[in-house]
Write a protein that binds this ligand. Structure first.
Ligand SMILES: [Zn+2]
Length: 259
């Protein structure tokens, strides 16, 4: 499985992105898209720059950290002698909990919010919003995941499964789709659905500071940050960074430096 890693990642990424872009036409949420497909170039361009930055700065990334820990039997899982069938799902769930808190910290600390704000300033929302993160935020996320992989002694298979799942769930929860109400209600019990995550992209700060989860919705429920409804009509984005020019790749890159 690990030998096929790049193919697996790319296959899931393109397959799920393609399926969601089709689903957004078949069962759309809001059909008004003033910026059209141009937006995709800028959002995916930002993802490409983040991927290049990781390749240049920490090419081994979280998987490399997991291999390093594995070769030295370092970390909590080896110390407990847990078998692979237990450590793979544990890695996925614990990394999901970690990024729930990472996400809360990125909202709480002003200098990290400047980076994460680039993601929130998208005035439209679709699957490509789930790819729009500032390269520095992507790098910081990789460092955090590397530290976690070493501390846990997480198996590389678990880290890979988590990263593929996170990429898929990020595109899914930002997708401009409307799920059948009963399906949405059932899924919400376990995972963050698009209707829940859209509340997180509201212009209202108290709504933005809720529904922090990426995969499981249980963390928001346990830690009291789950919000099931938004007030009035949902306005997406951040007004001060909401012009069409602000959505350009060059402007997204410098946005953290702006006041
Ligand atoms: Zn956020």
């Amino acid at each position: 499985m690990l030998a096929q890693e790049p193919i697996l990642r790319l296959g899931f990424f393109l397959g799920i992105l393609g399926a969601l872009l089709v689903a957004e036409r078949l069962a759309p949420w809001r059909v008004n898209r003033p910026l059209g497909a141009r937006r995709w170039l800028h959002n995916i361009g930002l993802l490409a720059m983040g991927s290049v930055a990781v390749r240049l700065v920490v090419p081994a990334a979280a998987m490399g950290a997991a291999f390093w820990a594995q070769s030295r039997e370092f970390g909590v899982f080896p110390a407990l002698g847990l078998p692979l069938w237990a450590t793979i799902p544990l890695t996925v769930v614990l990394l999901d909990l970690l990024i729930y808190f990472q996400h809360r910290v990125f909202h709480a600390l002003p200098w990290l919010w400047r980076l994460h704000r680039v993601h929130h300033a998208d005035t439209e929302m679709d699957a490509t919003t789930g790819l729009r993160f500032h390269p520095v935020e992507i790098l910081l996320s990789v460092f955090i995941k590397m530290a976690a992989a070493v501390a846990l002694g997480a198996p590389p298979e678990g880290v890979l499964a988590f990263e593929i799942l996170l990429n898929a769930s990020s595109m899914f929860e930002h997708a401009a789709i409307t799920l059948p109400p009963r399906v949405d209600a059932a899924l919400r019990q376990l995972i963050i659905t698009p209707s829940l995550h859209r509340i997180h992209h509201s212009e209202r700060r108290e709504e933005t500071d809720s529904n922090f989860g990426f995969n499981l919705s249980v963390w928001d429920r346990i830690f009291g940050t789950l919000r099931r409804e938004h007030q009035g009509r949902l306005t997406l984005g951040i007004g001060a960074y909401g012009s069409p020019r602000d959505q350009r790749l060059d402007q997204l890159l410098i946005q953290p430096l702006r006041d």
